[in-house]
Design a binder for this molecule. Structure first.
Ligand code: ADP
Length: 907
């Protein structure tokens, strides 16, 4: 079978005819609501495999022949997403369904406050980024026709009568015609195209079988799988010598993973054309399996091609030229149809997806702004205009692709062109992820981020692709613009050790993400953005009372008018009847409730995008878009006021807390002040008595000249006693204040408390003798160890024993002293047989300057500081002093000090 260009072209046309038929039948099928098979998860999965374009079909073999295993990354990326991160996809599909999202532009515009600017931006950038990709398909189709017709020259042949450009132009025109006929038959509610999807699924089967057929042929011709590899090795072919797992690998894997989410056509098939969310579960394994099957024979074909084809043949075309060289005309034709399938399915779906974006985000808003009532006024106006807009955009998009093809036709590898497109659409990824997961991402930041990413992409990835056809671009590449070397497209900021692809990916996504994050942190969301963000992140669907919702003065008739124009007579009536049935009201007395207006808005959004639907309805509902803006501004302001008052509340709460603290501190200060006053007045009172005595007696001595010797002596004696008392009083006062301030350095020695007791007994014996008091030591400890100051302990014991002697009025006064060990404590107990301390005084005897009944009745009583000083001293040594309730008469005091365990154990 000899293949001529005419035969090949005729076959292609016939194949397109078959697609046409399939699409037509499938459309009719679903229109009768009988599309059981068409709605199966497998058709869904097959339609997702529109990812495998002619780049995969031809280009992967070429890429394997040039750079070894790198082609695998293009499959690995999506596999990771489908298997590992399919919760992202699930969320994407779920949100898009509940919000009636029709495209990526719609998704981003809707999430970021129904922003029209974002919609336009994403649309324009998508169209620009996809142009190289469409060019790639055109290139693949033309090269394949050339290869097959000029078979003798193995892919380098030129076609008689058809020049390359003309051929590509013809293919582009044919594709435009098919897409217009099938992709824009109607403006569907959710932009689902069952006919087209069926045709795409068929193409998926065709391309897979064709590639496998060639693979099987290669294995057969090469003498088995092993034969192919050993043959290649024998011919000295080594394609593994590449930088596997280097920066380029990571970059292209990342790109492929991003592409499966960000490519407009993938969004179209995965999200928009999805009729049942559970299909995603099947696709999560079936799609990776499909890709695996697609990639199985790539390496053998590449190796075999390199082995047997003459040097210089185009490896991109091996799939085709290998069967041709073996004289297998039929197989070659089948392979051609397979490649043709991959190209056409991509072109058709991509241009449908892009045209929806162009019409919904550019044409309709323009029409709403400038078209006046002309189009909206006529019954079919909007629909007709939408369809026309889509048709025009399809033509536009395809010829943009053609333009790119024409300008870059001199570079010959397929894969790099695809990667340029991938890098372009990957710029949507940060914003999409933020839309799904980050509530605080703002529209301004998203717009800035995407624009920044794209500028970097244009410079670092897109521009260099013209280097082979434009000398001035080539000059910029080597020297930088105006000789600024750090602006060289492939070595920005002097970063020249990365592979050009990885370089572009790194800088564009880095700039993009940074701007998105920083921008979101510094900008504020508008009220509508806030609402939309909440809707997207909470996924709870719309609540009927969302602040961005419209309600106003519209009548049901107004709404019906709008609905009929956008949705068409039948669907509008269906919608209104449904609403009437649900609310149980008559069709004529339907109320335009907020819930109903919302529902209508969502339905309209399914056809013309969220932003346009919102503007259109707001025009009807409130009689002009100005008032919508007013509402939004009011909402914004209200929010600002709320935030402001929240901030004020926070500040005043802080102030209150501070004031409370100040008040407490003030109270404390006042208490201290009061105590100080009391202390001072007590001290002056105490000092006054002896001072008065001293002064009185010395005055007598000074004025009375003729006093007898004994009187003088007794006066001087009193003065001496009182000054002694004064000195000891002042000593005690100084002691108290020093103890209370705690600024005296304390000795902390290990000592035997028994020695302190000995010393105290020695001092007190004299006093006891003087008073006629018996001191009885009833129990002693041999020795013990405590830590602290031995002299201070003596002071305490002297005070306690002398108190017991001083305040004892019994006829035969006795004081009992015993020391003992009680658990971990060393204790000394001092009791007497005096009058004891009355119950009413007991709680106060440790207060400073407190003197009890006995204290006042006794001639040589102290200032009431002895007990508080003793207690303070013991506390410093971690001990205690207590008045022990005793059954017998008299008072009993007990002091305790912790024993030093270590010292006790060692002796
Ligand atoms: P001072 O230094 O004046 O002796 P203290 O603080 O030591 O004051 O004692 C306070 C009061 O406790 C004394 O005025 C006395 O009334 C009472 N008091 C202390 N020890 C005894 C005791 N053994 N028997 C009776 N009363 C005592």
């Amino acid at each position: 079978m000899t293949l001529t260009a005419d035969l090949v072209i005729a076959t292609s046309v016939a194949y397109v005819g078959l697609l046409f038929l399939v699409a037509f039948l499938a459309d009719r099928h679903t229109r009768r609501r009988a599309g059981g098979f068409l709605r199966s998860p497998f058709v869904y999965t097959l339609s997702i495999s529109v990812y495998c374009t002619s780049w995969t079909f031809y280009g992967a073999v070429g890429s394997a022949a040039r750079t070894g295993l790198e082609f695998v990354t293009i499959y690995l990326g999506p596999t990771l997403v489908f298997i590992g991160w399919w919760f992202i996809l699930r969320r994407l599909v779920h949100i898009s369904h509940s919000q009636r999202i029709t495209s990526i532009a719609d998704l981003l515009s809707s999430r970021f406050g129904k922003s029209g600017v974002l919609g336009v931006l994403v649309t324009l950038l998508a169209v620009i980024a996809i142009a190289p990709y469409i060019a790639l398909q055109l290139k693949a189709v033309t090269s394949s026709i050339e290869a097959i017709a000029g078979a003798s020259e193995f892919g380098r042949g030129s076609l008689e009568g058809w020049d390359e450009g003309g051929l590509a132009f013809g293919v582009a025109a044919g594709m435009a015609a098919f897409t217009i006929l099938f992709g824009t038959r109607n403006v569907d509610a959710n932009e689902q195209h069952h006919g087209v999807v069926a045709a795409i699924a068929l193409e998926a089967v065709v391309k897979l079988t064709a590639l496998i057929a060639v693979g099987v042929f290669v294995i057969y011709a090469g003498g088995g799988l092993e034969g192919v590899f050993t043959g290649a090795a024998a011919a000295g072919i080594d394609i593994y010598d590449t930088d596997t797992f280097g920066d380029r690998w990571i970059a292209s894997m990342l790109l492929a993973a991003a592409a499966i989410i960000c490519l407009p056509r993938q969004f179209q098939v995965t999200v928009v054309e999805n009729s049942d969310e559970s299909h995603l579960r099947t696709a999560s394994w079936a799609f990776p399996a499909y890709m695996l099957a697609m990639s199985l024979f790539i390496l053998p074909i590449a190796l075999y091609g390199l082995t047997i084809m003459p040097a210089g043949s185009n490896p991109d075309m091996f799939t085709l030229t290998l069967p041709l060289a073996a004289g297998q005309g039929g197989l070659a034709l089948f392979a051609f149809i397979g490649g043709f399938s991959s190209a056409t399915s991509m072109i058709i779906l991509e241009s449908i997806a892009l045209s929806i974006m162009v019409s919904n985000h550019i044409v309709v808003p323009l029409m709403l702004r400038f078209g006046g009532e002309g189009h909206v006024g006529s019954d079919h106006g909007v629909r007709r205009l939408l369809l026309r807009a889509r048709r025009v955009s399809i033509v536009l998009i395809l010829f943009l692709g053609f333009g790119y093809f024409y300008l870059t036709r001199s570079s010959d590898a397929l894969a790099p062109i695809g990667l340029i497109s991938f890098t372009g659409v990957a710029q949507f990824l940060p914003a999409i992820l933020a839309a799904l997961f980050w509530r605080d991402a703002s529209a301004k930041a998203a717009i800035a981020a995407i624009s920044t990413g794209f500028l970097v992409w244009l410079w670092a990835s897109f521009l260099p692709s013209f280097a082979t056809s434009s000398p001035s671009v080539a000059a910029i590449m080597t020297e930088g613009p105006y000789g600024i070397s750090w602006l060289r497209p492939q070595a920005l900021f002097g970063l020249d050790m990365l592979d050009p692809l990885a370089h572009g990916v790194f800088w564009s996504l880095f700039a993009n993400t940074t701007v998105l994050i920083l921008g979101s942190l510094v900008t504020r969301q508008s009220a509508l953005e806030h609402v939309q963000a909440a809707l997207f992140i909470d996924m709870s669907g719309r609540s009927p009372s969302e602040p961005g919702s419209l309600h106003g003065s519209a009548t049901t008739d107004d709404l019906l008018l709008v609905a009929r124009r956008v949705l068409g007579q039948q669907r509008a009536f269906d919608l209104f009847s449904e609403e009437a049935r649900q609310t149980g009201t008559a069709w004529t007395s339907l109320e335009p409730t907020p819930a109903f207006i919302n529902r209508l808005e969502r339905e309209l959004a399914g056809s013309i995008g969220a932003a346009s639907a919102h503007i259109m309805l707001s025009k009807v509902v409130s009689g002009g878009e100005v008032s919508l803006e007013e509402v939004m501004r009011m909402a914004d302001e209200t929010q600002q006021v709320i935030e402001h008052s929240q901030a004020l509340e926070r500040t005043s709460a802080q102030l209150r807390a501070t004031a409370e603290k100040l008040e407490a501190a003030n109270l404390q200060l006042r208490e201290v002040d009061r105590q100080k006053d009391e202390f001072l007045s007590q001290v002056s009172h105490e000092v006054r008595t002896p001072m008065t005595a001293i002064r009185a007696f010395s005055e007598i001595l000074l004025s009375e000249r003729d006093l007898d010797e004994s009187s003088v002596r007794s006066f001087v004696d009193t003065i001496h006693k009182e000054s002694l008392r004064l000195t000891s009083l002042l000593d005690e006062i100084l002691d108290v204040s020093a103890l209370e301030k705690g600024d005296r350095v304390w000795e902390a020695n290990l000592f035997d408390p028994e020695r302190s007791l000995d010393q105290a007994l020695r001092v007190c014996n004299a006093l006891a003798l003087h008073n006629g008091t018996t001191l009885q030591v009833t129990q002693r400890v041999d020795s013990a160890h405590v830590s602290g100051d031995a002299d201070r302990l003596s002071q305490v014991l002297i005070n306690l024993i002398s108190n017991a002697i001083k305040y004892n009025n019994a006829p035969s006064p006795t004081v009992w002293i015993r020391s003992f060990i009680d658990g971990p404590h060393y204790c000394v107990e001092i009791s007497d047989n005096g009058a004891g301390i009355p119950e009413a005084e007991q709680p106060r005897i440790f207060d400073k300057f407190y003197r009890g009944q006995r204290g006042r009745a006794t001639a040589y009583a102290g200032a009431g500081l002895g007990l508080p000083i003793s207690r303070e001293i013991l506390a410093r040594m971690r001990g205690t002093l207590e008045l022990v309730p005793s059954a017998a008469e008299g008072a009993c005091f007990c002091m305790r000090l912790p024993l030093e365990m270590h010292a006790r154990a060692t002796g």
